[in-house]
Design a protein around this ligand. Structure first.
Ligand SMILES: *Cc1c(COP(=O)(O)O)cnc(C)c1O
Length: 372
């Protein structure tokens, strides 16, 4: 077999992530690799931290991208905040809530679950009930935008209750950052992490994270060492501390050029304008879905503009529709996960993908697929 250079097909990425990458981000990533201790690279890292603070709407000093995908951001949050034997309340309304619960258990925490049915947000009253019965809880974890079901939880309300019971919070903002408001300081979130490939128009592989001063102090006052060397925020930070920095690992240099450019694009557009664009295209898409007789699985306040969840109509082969979209239109959409497999499609309008042309093309493609 003769192997030649890999040339990916031209796809329109309308699944639950990755989304299409902005051409300026790809161009930035193709620039020459320099040393990770080069003073020019350090200057770029400092700018990257500033851009991330502006995107998370925080003044947190400890704000930087983890060298790894969103799941590594999730595990970094957990491994730093959770000590063996610690009670942690975890809100589970989909696959990602289930994943963080699994991580809490693996790192020795005792997960107490607040559940909501798949497709619904977490009920803040239920969180309060569990916390009032478990006053020795130290940390509360929740998912802002549950990508497996398309439900948005009220993170501000959940964080407020957690603070009332003296708990620190971990917020998953992987699918929300850049797409809908994420206000780390205003909502007093303690640890928030995200991913590069959803609403930030960047390839996968980086996980922006931010720690409040309260969170940093909690890590400093741990009785036990952070269970992971690589993810220990105290150690990684020495690498992200400007001119004083010391070697920790070799940063994914060109990937960081990409994130720098992606965040610059957000700044140029304006964060609020980016939220408004996601909202406008989502409304257009939803109106179009209704016209062709497709029903949303999540409605109202809990629905996410960056991710439409569509119920597969009775008698329709959901995989055949996805294959038709891919083969005839080069459009990728997502299938349901876990208990929603075969029942829904997950159609993303995230980051660079969120534009009117893609909305119309996807509606056209769905109409064509359903005709068959
Ligand atoms: C995609 C996603 C993750 C995981 O990110 P990866 O980059 O795939 O590891 C975590 N949480 C949520 C809510 C996500 O949508």
């Amino acid at each position: 077999m003769k192997i030649s250079s890999f040339r990916p097909p031209d796809r329109i990425l309308m699944g639950p992530g990755p989304s299409n990458v902005h051409p300026r981000v790809l161009e930035a990533m193709a620039r020459p690799t320099i040393g990770h201790l080069d003073p020019e690279f350090i200057r770029m890292m400092d700018e990257l931290k500033t851009l991330l603070r502006d995107t998370f709407l925080t003044k947190n000093d400890v704000t930087f991208p983890i060298s790894g995908p969103g799941s590594l951001g999730m595990e970094t949050a957990v491994v730093n905040m959770v000590e063996p034997g610690m009670k942690v309340v975890v809100c589970v309304n989909g696959a990602f809530g289930g994943r963080i619960k699994e991580m809490i258990g693996r790192h020795g925490g005792i997960p107490l679950v607040v559940e909501a049915p798949w497709g619904e947000p977490i009920d803040p009253a239920k969180l309060e009930e569990v916390l009032s019965q478990n006053k020795d809880t130290k940390v509360v974890a929740f998912i802002h935008a549950e990508t497996s079901t398309g439900a948005r939880s009220d993170v501000a309300a959940l964080a407020k209750i957690a603070r009332k019971y003296g708990c620190l919070t971990i917020a998953d903002t992987v699918t929300s950052l850049g797409g809908i408001p994420v206000r780390v300081d205003e909502w007093e979130l303690d640890v928030a992490y995200s991913g590069s490939q959803k609403c930030l128009s960047c390839p996968p592989g980086l996980s922006p994270i931010t720690f409040s001063e309260r969170a940093v102090n909690a890590v400093k006052n741990r009785k036990t060492k952070v269970q992971s060397w690589f993810m220990d925020v105290g150690l990684v930070l020495s690498y992200w501390s400007g001119a004083k920095r010391t070697y920790h690992h070799t940063a994914p240099i060109n990937a960081l050029y990409g994130l720098h450019e992606a965040l610059l694009l957000v700044q140029e557009e304006g964060l609020e304008n980016a939220w408004a664009r996601h909202k406008k295209n989502a409304e257009l898409f939803r109106a179009g879905l209704e016209k062709i007789g497709l029903k949303p699985f999540v409605t109202g306040e809990a629905s996410l503009p960056e991710l439409a969840i569509v119920t597969v109509p009775d008698g329709v082969d959901e995989a055949a529709v996805r294959n038709h979209l891919l083969n005839k239109f080069n459009i990728e959409i997502g299938a349901g996960l876990g208990q929603l497999a075969g029942k829904i499609w997950r159609i993303g309008l995230m980051g660079y993908t969120s534009n009117e042309k893609n909305v119309n093309l996807c509606l056209e493609a769905l109409k064509d697929a359903l005709k068959r």
